[in-house]
Design a binder for this molecule. Structure first.
Ligand code: NDP
Length: 455
């Protein structure tokens, strides 16, 4: 710590990016404080990735029970208890929240509860006590929040991913608005748990930005599962029925009645009323903090990482940005985060794993693209009789043979893409895939046995 300052670093926001930055900076010898207004762990741990994945896992048991019969098992009629799941989920995230807090304390970080706001290039006020801290560096890692857009009459009857994890009852009929990550994941969860799911999608496919074949196949799989997909519709109004249900009217004149309406139309950076503008920090049109490759804002002492910067709104990216910031500022090793190749999974059922360019993007970027693809039913489906599709695609630069993109739909696609992501990040060629020995019998072996160019 130095002269005029109380602290070397004040981190605002105890989510993935902020916690990592605080711990690493403290490890480099900095005096660090962190403030969190809700619960340590942030969106990922408290109302995002972690509880979502637990619910995805819960939702897949319904298929598992049914599939077991094909393998000789007799399972009694299974029943599901939403409240038991919510309570179990809550115990786990409370445990994780404690782990986050303990790890910060072990690293020597001063952990504070309450909202903190910027009062100048080196000043942060903790609103709960009114205390003002003078910090050599300020890191803003306050994340994003779900948007309730578009604004429509009765829009307040909708809920977001902030509320969905703790509903007192499982909705029997749920409308999901939006077909991005969150929309498709929750549609899959509730379909698996036995709810009637309707999705309202303003476009003509799910998951904009993903490879078109994944989009088409996920849409077809959801339709076969019984999810009602209302493409080309927007929600026009919501109103409470006499019996307490929610009546929805869509832009095509159709209507429907639901117990819950989940609005998953994107997330907005949490920059309102944080004092950023008064300190001279520039914000973009969507409210995101504008930063350079080292996560620095226009104010030299203020940096920002994670969803609040809206670069790639993913936990592992926020963690990397936080870590790189701490190494750069306090560790003497300047590092930028590469946002170019990002393996990612969508925990829909069937699952999606993807890394690198979609076929469309690859065609825009390079002269000649070679596509290798395969579609089959999972081995498990042979005896279960379930429609359990698997699809894999390799997008290859035909001139250099480098694999530009790899896309998987099907069971364990997320696990596959983590490992395949190593190869793609390393710049593997199709020839490298070809000379890799297959692991048999697995689904993933198809990634190294595709010999014939599809187009
Ligand atoms: P996304 O941006 O992924 O998707 C938003 C969806 O809402 C799109 O289908 C979009 O349609 C639609 N939409 C947007 N505005 C409107 C509107 N005004 N009217 C109707 N529909 C609209 O946002 P999410 O909320 O799903 O997720 C936010 C981010 O969180 C993700 O981008 C991702 O970075 C992260 N995330 C990652 C997860 C993971 O890694 N597994 C899981 C969950 C979240 P259109 O396609 O036409 O634009």
């Amino acid at each position: 710590m130095s002269g005029d300052y109380d602290l070397d670093l004040f981190v605002i926001g105890g989510g993935s990016g902020g916690v990592r930055a605080a711990r690493i900076a403290a490890g480099h010898g900095a005096t660090v404080a962190i403030a969190e207004e809700f619960r340590y762990g942030g969106t990922c741990v408290i109302r995002g990735c972690v509880p979502k994945k637990l619910m995805v896992l819960a939702s897949r048991f319904s298929d598992d029970f049914a599939d077991a019969a094909g393998y000789g098992w007799s399972v009694g009629a299974p029943t599901f208890d939403w409240r038991a799941l919510v309570a179990a989920k809550e115990r786990e995230i409370t445990r994780l929240e404690g782990v986050y807090r303990t790890n910060l304390e072990k690293a020597g970080v001063r952990v504070m509860d309450g909202r903190a706001v910027v009062e100048g290039p080196h000043a942060v006020r903790l609103l709960s006590t009114g205390e003002v801290f003078r910090a050599r560096h300020i890191l803003v890692a306050v994340g994003a929040r779900p948007s309730l857009e578009p604004e429509i009459p009765g829009g307040e009857l909708g809920i977001t991913s902030n509320e969905i994890f703790d509903l007192p009852e499982q909705p029997r009929r749920i409308l999901v608005v939006g077909g991005g990550y969150i929309g498709v994941e929750f549609a899959g969860i509730f379909a698996g748990l036995g709810s009637q799911v309707t999705m309202s999608l303003r476009g003509d496919k799910l998951l904009r930005g993903f490879d078109e074949d994944l989009r088409d196949r996920l849409g077809a799989a959801y339709a076969r599962k019984g999810v009602a997909l209302r493409f080309g519709t927007t929600l026009e109004r919501l109103a409470r029925d006499a019996d307490g249900a929610i009546a929805a009217r869509f832009s095509d004149g159709s209507s429907g009645t639901f117990d819950r309406v989940l609005v998953a139309t994107g997330r907005k950076p949490n920059t309102a009323e944080l004092g950023l503008e008064t300190a001279g920090v520039a914000l973009g049109a969507g409210g995101e903090i504008i930063v350079d490759g080292y996560s620095r804002t226009l104010v030299p002492s203020i940096s920002a990482v994670g969803d609040v910067t809206n670069r790639a709104a993913l936990t592992p990216i926020a963690i990397r940005e936080g870590h790189a910031f701490a190494d750069t500022v306090f560790g003497g090793t300047p590092r930028m985060v590469d946002h170019e190749i990002i393996p990612t999974a969508v925990f829909s059922t069937p699952e999606i794993g993807t890394v690198g360019c979609s076929e469309t993007l690859a065609r825009q970027r390079t002269g000649e693209v070679a596509i290798y693809e395969t579609a089959f039913r999972s081995m498990r489906a042979t005896l279960s009789g379930r429609d359990d599709p698997v699809y894999m695609k390799l997008v290859v630069d035909a001139r250099s043979d480098v694999v530009m993109g790899l896309h998987v739909l099907g069971r364990d696609a997320g696990e596959m893409i983590q490992l395949a992501g190593v190869a793609v990040t390393m710049g593997a060629t199709k020839a490298d895939f070809d000379r890799t020995v297959a692991v048999h019998p697995t689904a993933a072996e198809e990634l190294v046995t595709m010999r014939t160019r599809a187009r």
